[in-house]
Design a protein around this ligand. Structure first.
Ligand SMILES: N[C@@H](CCC(=O)N[C@@H](CS)C(=O)NCC(=O)O)C(=O)O
Length: 204
């Protein structure tokens, strides 16, 4: 099985963390997204979104979208509950991550760390405001429980951790409950850190 990866991507890091924790073996194929390698005709056949992460199974089937990949591999493991309501709660947080965290925390951080912020000041300010609201709601939820779905660490935590723990890179503060949760995630068995720094090609 292959993982199409870019080391600086938080979305791809989710999958590296999942595979480490589930001890899933894979071949890591690095895609230099800033040189157009995810937009070739060959890559678009693997993931029509033209983005990493994508996985290619041993039978040739390909799957894109980080949270769909998390869901696929977590089925039948301790990282995805069996009980229907808990599963729906995992989905609730996976969707929240894609709608409220990744486009705001992730994009703001990307623009700031790669020199893109200066051309986007009003939009950056808007995303930072939205990021503050999303991080505040995470903090509120974590005041009442250790993980996003009840008492158990799950793929909801993996998805949210990927960008939320790097929010300080964008000048965003983490609340006390989010900081305590970050430490709990980092204390999980077989935890690996990420994402890695952006490559030189990412910088403008
Ligand atoms: N919703 C997608 C987002 C994936 C995404 O934005 N990937 C970025 C890296 S973090 C990428 O490959 N960008 C290259 C491009 O769009 O050409 C997911 O969760 O997998």
């Amino acid at each position: 099985m292959r993982l199409y990866d870019y080391p600086g991507s938080g979305n791809a890091y989710k999958i590296r963390l999942l595979f480490a924790q589930l001890e899933i073996a894979y071949e890591r194929v690095e895609v230099e997204i800033f040189r157009g390698e995810s937009r070739t005709a060959e890559f678009l056949r693997k993931n029509p979104s033209g983005q990493v992460p994508a996985v290619e199974l041993d039978d040739g089937r390909c799957l894109g979208q980080s949270n769909a990949i998390l869901w696929y591999f977590a089925q039948g493991t301790a990282l995805l509950p069996d009980e229907p309501f808990s599963r729906a709660q995992v989905l609730q947080w996976l969707f929240f991550e894609q709608s409220d965290i990744e486009p705001n925390v992730g994009s703001a951080r990307f623009w700031i760390l790669t020199g893109r912020a200066r051309d986007r000041e009003p939009e950056l300010a808007r995303r930072l405001d939205l990021a503050r609201g999303a991080l505040a709601s995470m903090d509120q939820v974590l005041a009442a429980r250790p993980y996003f779905v009840g008492e158990r660490y799950s793929i909801a935590d993996i998805a949210l951790y990927a960008y939320a723990h790097r929010a300080p890179d964008a000048g965003l503060a983490l609340g006390p409950n989010v900081r305590a949760w970050v430490a709990r995630v980092e204390g999980q068995p077989r935890f690996v850190s990420g994402p890695e720094p952006y490559s030189a090609a990412a910088k403008v």
